[in-house]
Design a protein around this ligand. Structure first.
Ligand SMILES: Nc1ncnc2c1ncn2[C@@H]1O[C@H](COP(=O)(O)OP(=O)(O)OP(=O)(O)O)[C@@H](O)[C@H]1O
Ligand SMILES: [Mg+2]
Length: 237
């Protein structure tokens, strides 16, 4: 479970202090698929960075499985990120001239895992992210945007993380391709029970989740449970 208690985040530049997150409180249960939705500049990525332990609140607490993350050492945080969290970004951040398989295997090279096991894990992650086998040995810069994002999802999955954090993952994709990527997230949630936090500024994308946390000017203004009728998953399946 992920829990934020009175989280505030301010940035200081010279004499000017900007408050980006104000008194944020939330609980996200294990296995939930949640969208965080709000306009540009509302603080979504700032919040995602805190949820992903890439940044810390200025005040307040962030807890993962009831443990206050601020008590972790840098090494413990790095281990937590590697083992428990998979990140997917709007810009796919792949190595362009490496093969698909190599891109997905890369996070495991640091984890001291044998080559055969690395490849087996990468192949499973690619299969889980619905990436076609015939392109496994293509270079990532030879792929379409949707395919690149699937590689990025596979890379996020390769360490078998319980939590997937995706910041505008369909922002660079056309509607149809974006929909396929979102359906992949739904499958990872329904079939594998992963916790998914999806950041978006668009309602139709947020509706792929079970729940929408609305954020505006750094504050949570609404926490909306989707009813089954509204849920794209049911409609699209
Ligand atoms: N390092 C920083 N220093 C100062 N201000 C920052 C910093 N990072 C973000 N901000 C400010 O915090 C606010 C929220 O930024 P954030 O990136 O979280 O918004 P967002 O909701 O993700 O927006 P977008 O949809 O455009 O990605 C913005 O006004 C931004 O300018
Ligand atoms: Mg952002």
């Amino acid at each position: 479970m992920l829990e934020g208690k009175n989280i505030n985040k301010t940035y200081q530049s010279g004499d000017i202090e900007t408050t980006v997150l104000k008194n944020i409180n939330f609980k996200i249960n294990t296995g939930e698929f949640v969208a965080i939705m709000g306009p540009s500049g509302s603080g979504k990525s700032t919040l995602m960075n805190i949820i992903g332990c890439l940044d810390t609140p200025t005040s307040g607490q962030y807890l993962i499985d009831n443990q206050d993350v601020s008590t972790f050492s840098d090494d413990e945080l790095a281990e937590l990120r590697t083992k428990k969290i998979g990140f997917v970004f709007q810009a796919f951040n792949l190595l362009p001239r490496a093969t698909v398989l190599r891109n997905v295997t890369l996070p495991l090279i640091y984890a001291d895992i044998e080559k055969e096991e690395r490849e087996a894990k990468a192949k499973k992650a690619l299969t889980d992210s619905a990436f076609p086998e015939k392109f496994w040995l293509h270079h990532s810069n030879q792929l379409s945007g949707g395919m690149m994002q699937r590689v990025a999802i596979a890379r996020a999955l390769v360490n078998n993380p319980a939590l997937i954090l995706a910041d505008e993952p369909t922002g660079n994709l056309d509607t149809k391709t974006g929909q396929m990527v979102l359906e992949t997230f739904q499958k990872l949630h329904t079939e594998q029970g992963r916790t998914i936090v999806l950041i978006t500024h668009e309602r139709y994308i947020a509706e792929f989740a079970q729940r929408i946390i609305h954020i505006r000017d750094g504050e949570i203004i609404k926490d909306e449970k989707m009813n089954v009728k509204n849920n794209n998953f049911i409609v699209l399946k």
